[in-house]
Unconditional design. Structure first.
Length: 198
């Protein structure tokens, strides 16, 4: 089995879903208008990734190749439904804020890609660690996007005002175009440091 630390590092840095692979862009751009939303979406996706990877890996020898994608989607949808029920029960404000994007985790290409590329070819322990790594990478990316957009657009961090009223707010950053601008800026910064290191 591959080194769990290496698998997790791979998901966070080398193959970060948002900044390197550029997958899962729908929730990345839609829900990151605040840090809480970004982290909440990232952690929800992480939970689904871990359990979906684990179960798909356990069932990989039982699932016929001809119907593997529909089977993967059924497994993923099961865990998304469980996460949605838990959010409705214990974090209703976050659930209301994320809205339709929680059920849309089912069709997030990140989860299906990891099921196909990793979980269907590796053991359960390695697949669970892959889910942790990719999920943490996704959560960190969404959290960073949310922090920057919330700070510049609203002058707050985690819904706490940090900039005085005299400081001009750039509302564009909490709107849809702000997601694209922030993602582009953060990707450029990350690529600069990656190229410098190489």
């Amino acid at each position: 089995m591959a080194n769990p630390i290496k698998i997790i590092k791979n998901g966070i840095i080398n193959e970060n879903p948002t900044f390197v692979q550029v997958i899962g862009m729908c929730p990345t751009l839609a829900v990151t208008s605040s840090a809480i939303n970004g982290i909440g979406m990232g952690l929800s996706t992480t939970a689904v990734l871990i359990f979906a990877n684990l179960f798909i890996s356990l069932l990989r020898k039982v699932i016929p190749d001809t119907v593997r994608i529909p089977c993967f989607i059924v497994v993923i949808a099961t865990f998304v439904t469980i996460i949605e029920f838990l959010l409705k029960a214990y974090l209703p404000a976050l659930n209301a804020s994320l809205g339709l994007y929680i059920p849309l985790i089912v069709v997030n290409c990140l989860i299906l890609a990891r099921a196909e590329a990793f979980a269907s070819k590796n053991g359960p322990v390695a697949s669970a660690f892959d889910g942790i790594g990719m999920g943490l990478g996704f959560t960190i990316a969404l959290g960073c996007l949310g922090l920057v957009r919330e700070f510049i657009g609203s002058g707050t961090l985690f819904d706490v005002t940090v900039l005085p009223e005299a400081f001009p707010r750039t509302l564009l950053f909490v709107m849809a175009p702000g997601g694209f601008f922030t993602l582009a800026i953060l990707m450029a910064i990350l690529n600069h440091f990656r190229n410098k290191k190489a």
